[in-house]
Design a protein around this ligand. Structure first.
Ligand SMILES: [Zn+2]
Length: 247
């Protein structure tokens, strides 16, 4: 199993940092300096990971509006980071950045198959979470069967469990906003089961327009499904980013 070590990736600098506070100091070659935690915007990407990799720096990213002031953002180069899909080794992909002239901030524009600061695609992460939350397997079993390091799978479950009450509430609100409130009362009583169940209601409510269950989770949380921050992640709750970009 290859583990990506030192990384220049901006949205996953803390992939292997034991102390999350270390992400606030980056050595840029001009000595350490304080950097703000990265801010990401997740856009609905209809490309497969293979197609995204093949597109390289030519990947077409819809131009987002600034989450701070609403002005259209400008594209501003980007950075390389790794992604792992279906186990095995990671592959390098290009992440575009957007910048807001008015606010002076720039944002990583993450394709919706990713989560912030996570190497594995969200569908792989979510599949492990789902199997465990549904009681079909324990972490060790599903990690082995999916070629995921045990400690990695355990961390996903821990993060999801810690955020599950907030996620259940947010996904439940999203289910109501897409007209799928009928199933809310029948959701599991445990927070993890409620979160997964509410997410399924949203997918059912969106119908043919919906992305996959876990891509939806990334879009709805702005890539922060498993973030360590305690702030609620609902930057795009009910937003149009859940819908496919207009061609
Ligand atoms: Zn702005």
């Amino acid at each position: 199993m290859v583990v990506v070590g030192v990384s220049d990736d901006e949205d996953d600098v803390s992939l292997h940092a034991r102390d999350p506070s270390r992400q606030l100091v980056a050595d840029t070659g001009r000595g350490p300096r304080l950097v703000l935690p990265p801010v990401s915007i997740v856009w609905r990407c209809l490309l497969s990971v293979d197609e995204y990799v093949a597109a390289g720096k030519e990947v077409e990213v819809p131009r987002p509006d600034c989450p701070g002031c609403g002005d259209p953002m400008r594209f501003r180069s980007g950075y390389g980071r790794h992604v792992r899909c279906g186990g095995g080794t990671g592959r390098r992909i290009w992440i575009r950045r957007g910048a807001c002239v008015a606010c002076g901030r720039s944002h990583a524009l993450l394709p919706s198959f990713l989560l912030e600061r996570r190497l594995d695609v969200v569908d792989d992460i979510g599949a492990v979470i789902e199997v465990v939350c549904d009681g079909q397997s324990v972490v060790g079993g599903v990690a082995r069967s999916r070629d995921v390091p045990y400690t990695t799978a355990r961390d996903w479950l821990r993060r999801f469990s810690a955020r599950a009450p907030m996620l259940a509430a947010g996904f439940g609100a999203l289910a109501v906003s897409v007209g799928a409130e009928a199933g809310i009362d029948a959701l599991a009583s445990g927070a993890c089961g409620r979160a997964v169940g509410a997410l399924r209601l949203v997918v059912a409510g969106l119908g043919a327009l919906s992305p996959s269950l876990w891509v939806l989770a990334s879009l709805a949380t702005g890539g922060k499904l498993l973030a360590t921050a305690t702030d609620p992640p609902w930057t795009v709750l009910g937003g149009r980013r859940l819908m496919p970009p207009v061609p």
